[in-house]
Design a binder for this molecule. Structure first.
Ligand code: U2F
Length: 466
């Protein structure tokens, strides 16, 4: 057979932490299918690539995507201090050189690179693209309103200071609503991620603080979002700053969901277990891929599930499983299932799911709203979790914060009852369905997202051929 020769070579650069590489790879998969004559190199650290391209997660991987490892910046024999952002800071310190090396390697193997698609957190990628004389397309993976917090970080910092000058106490100024910032009108400073405001906190936060300055220079800016979900003031403002804004739709899912997946995408048997449960009866629980979740709250939640015999499917990272009360898994065997990893996008599309107990990571939120699933929010004070919870509870009104703010046996039981049994829960569910309906229309083949995705594919295919 003749050897396949790609027409273009696009390099994707991941921010290798949490769900970021997973979400970017999902976008790259969609692009690779839409542009079969383009070769994609996927640059991330070895650990991250091993996780993403492992057999169980990469079943639907198109042939025109190739992983390419870059250094994680961790020195040999490094002893970790336990500081939460240590790994990220080491990585940021090694960048951009690690990526430049990775790109050279990819170009040697495949041919010159025609375009860079990068996580928007990697603020130095614009300069690399300029050196290579190729377009730079950053991808913003959190929710759209969070971008405003980065774009307006100087103004928000001034706002804090103004609060102080008014004679406000520091805490009252933090509670101030950011009414003049597009997209954040109902959000207060204390709901924003600290990293967006304090540029001196770590190398990571200094990097994030450059986002607002560099993104307007990009050739296009991709968001994992829909025009129709953005408040108009936010959409207009983002488009005026970043004229190449493309809302290509949620990248981690396909709308409508594909027909039932092959059994090998469900290595932990979640979907077949859900098949045996009653419609809308199961609480799906997941606290994401990175957040440190308080151990006592895991225990309290386990006790609530056990005592009230609530049907549940819990994706709990392996390193946290030991925290469950002794014998919990055995005692809840008839109504619950604990797995280290679930095919979450498909789980949330399953008719048996009635509620999602979540830490409010952006992708989890998107996957819930795309399926009309109400949420019980327990945001950890990390990144955009708190802002997202606010959006869910107060703006979209498709979920509630867990009763009491932190998980206690009684509080979470109350919240579960509220969603599953009470009138207020019925109203929240109907809001969730209305939001899902809006999304289904926005995601229709003739909608904006499909058009923006097409534009993106055209940009990729219109540059220097190999
Ligand atoms: C960081 O978020 P996380 O990685 O903690 O969480 P999510 O944004 O919710 O993404 C988790 C993804 O992993 C998938 C799930 C989501 O697409 O479907 N997943 C799965 O398939 N199976 C599982 O068992 C568990 C998860 C950060 F912490 C957040 O604050 C940010 O909002 C987010 C995006 O920037 O990144």
């Amino acid at each position: 057979p003749t050897k396949w020769v790609p027409k273009h070579h696009v390099a994707a650069m991941a921010f290798p932490f949490g769900s970021h590489p997973l979400a970017l790879l999902n976008l790259v998969k969609k692009l690779a299918m839409a542009a079969p004559d383009t070769q994609f190199s996927f640059l991330s650290t070895e650990d991250s690539n091993n996780f993403l391209f492992s057999a169980s997660k990469a079943t639907d991987l198109p042939n025109n995507i190739k992983p390419c490892n870059v250094s994680d910046g961790v020195p040999m024999n490094h002893v970790f201090s336990g500081r939460p952002t240590e790994r990220v800071d080491l990585f940021v310190k090694a960048a951009p050189d690690n990526f430049r090396k990775g790109l050279e390697l990819a170009a040697t193997e495949i041919g010159h690179i025609s375009c860079l698609i990068t996580d928007a957190f990697l603020v130095f990628s614009g300069a690399i693209a300029e050196d290579l004389s190729v377009p730079w397309i950053p991808v913003w993976l959190p929710l759209a309103h969070s971008l405003s917090a980065h774009i307006y970080s100087d103004k928000i910092r001034q706002y804090c200071a103004i609060g102080g000058n008014d004679g406000d106490t520091e805490s009252s100024s933090k509670r101030k609503i950011l009414e003049t910032i597009p997209g954040l009108a109902k959000i207060s400073i204390e709901d924003l991620p600290l990293e967006a405001l304090n540029d001196k906190q770590s190398l990571f936060s200094s990097m994030l603080n450059l986002i607002g300055n560099v993104l307007p220079q990009a050739n296009a800016l991709v968001m994992s979002f829909y025009d129709e979900l953005c408040p108009k003031s936010l959409l207009d403002d983002l488009k005026s700053r970043c004229p190449g804004l493309l809302n290509v739709g949620f990248v981690t899912i396909t709308i409508p969901p594909p027909p039932l997946p092959l059994s090998n995408t469900d290595a932990t048997g979640c979907l077949s277990w859900l098949d045996s449960q009653k419609t809308m009866s199961v609480a799906y629980i997941s606290f994401g891929t990175v957040a440190n979740f308080p151990h006592n709250e895991i225990k309290e939640l386990a006790e609530a599930l056990q005592e009230n015999r609530i049907p549940f499917l819990w994706s709990l990272r392996e390193n946290l499983r030991g925290i469950l009360p002794d014998g919990f898994i055995e005692r809840t065997r008839l109504h619950g299932k604990v797995v280290p990893w679930a095919p979450q996008a498909q789980v949330l599309a399953h008719k048996s799911i009635g509620v999602h107990v979540t830490h409010c990571g952006a992708n989890s939120v998107c996957e819930s709203i795309a399926n009309g699933i109400p949420m019980i929010c327990r945001p950890v004070v990390f990144a955009d979790n708190v802002t997202n919870a606010k959006k869910i509870e107060d703006i979209w009104k498709v979920g509630v914060r867990v009763d009491g703010g932190v998980i206690t046996k009684n509080g979470v039981t109350k919240s579960l009852e509220l969603i599953m049994v009470h009138e207020q829960g019925r109203k929240i569910r109907s809001k969730a369905h209305a939001l899902q309906e809006l999304l289904l229309q926005a995601a229709a083949p003739n909608g904006h997202a499909a058009q923006d995705f097409k534009t993106l594919v055209e940009i990729l295919s219109s540059n220097q051929a190999l």
